[in-house]
Each structure stands twice: as structure tokens, then as C-alpha cells.
Design a binder for this molecule. Structure first.
Ligand SMILES: [Zn+2]
Length: 142
């Protein structure tokens, strides 16, 4: 199934639907360290938790594990040897390749094109607002 989101840039379409690859080191998600989750830019499905992201040194955002059942894989020979390509199960968009040189506990490296991902920061309870509410409440009681 392929549903292409019209808001995608031409580079995003090239990577997602023509199995292109972005230039290494080009994604600002390489340096993203905040708590949150990574979603498919085409369809919005959640693919990775930030807790599984690690610095692989490859120049692409790397994860040692995806969420369960979000990807389908196939073998491609675009570079003349077998690689495991993975794509979003929901929309069919190509995201990257899986290699066997990842860290524990899985030993896998999901080498993902940053242009295919949207990062969503985990919402934290704002303690400053909470403090103000408590002060207001105490004030009203007096
Ligand atoms: Zn998708």
C-alpha cells in the first residue's frame, strides 16, 4: 500500500518511494538527544522510542530496536550485495537498512534516513505551573 502525503519535499519522496538515501551527516536528528519518539513523516505512525537511539557514527540516525510490527523488510542488491531494506508497514515508505553491527541488547542497527522521521518530544508536567496552582489554592483558603 502506498499513500503519498502531498506535503513531502522532493527529497523525502525520493528516499521514501524511490529508495534514495540522504547525504550522511545531513540530518539534524543525528544530534537529537531529547526524550520522545520518532514517527513516519509520511503517515505519522510511531516507529522508534528515543531510548533505543544511539550514536553509531554512521552519519544517519541509528536505533538498535524499532517498535514491534511497524516495519516490513526485503532484501535489496542496489549496491551489488544483499542488504536488508525496511519500510513502514502502514504506508510502504522506505526508511533505511538494518545491519548486524548494533549494540546490545539486539545487536541490530536500524540506519534510518532522518528526512523520513518526525521527532516528537515527550511532554513533561510543567512544575512551575503546578507550583503556581498550589500557591493560588493556598491563597484562596486563607
Ligand atoms: Zn509510514
Amino acid at each position: 500500500m502506498k499513500k503519498i502525503n502531498n506535503k513531502l519535499s522532493s527529497e523525502q519522496k525520493l528516499v521514501l518511494f524511490e529508495e534514495g538515501t540522504e547525504a550522511p551527516g545531513s540530518s539534524n536528528l543525528n544530534n537529537e538527544k531529547r526524550d520522545g519518539s520518532y514517527h513516519c513523516i509520511n503517515c505519522g505512525v510511531k516507529l522508534f522510542e528515543s531510548s533505543t537511539k544511539y550514536e553509531s557514527g554512521s552519519g544517519w540516525p541509528s536505533f538498535y530496536e524499532s517498535l514491534p510490527e511497524v516495519f516490513e523488510t526485503k532484501t535489496d542488491y542496489l549496491l551489488g550485495y544483499a542488504r536488508t531494506e525496511y519500510h513502514c508497514k502502514n504506508c510502504g515508505g522506505h526508511h533505511g537498512h538494518i545491519f548486524d553491527d548494533g549494540p546490545d541488547p539486539t545487536g541490530k542497527r536500524y540506519c534510518n534516513n532522518g528526512v523520513c522521521l518526525v521527532f516528537k518530544e515527550k511532554k513533561k508536567i510543567n512544575i512551575f505551573i503546578l507550583k503556581d496552582l498550589v500557591i493560588c489554592f493556598l491563597f484562596l483558603k486563607l
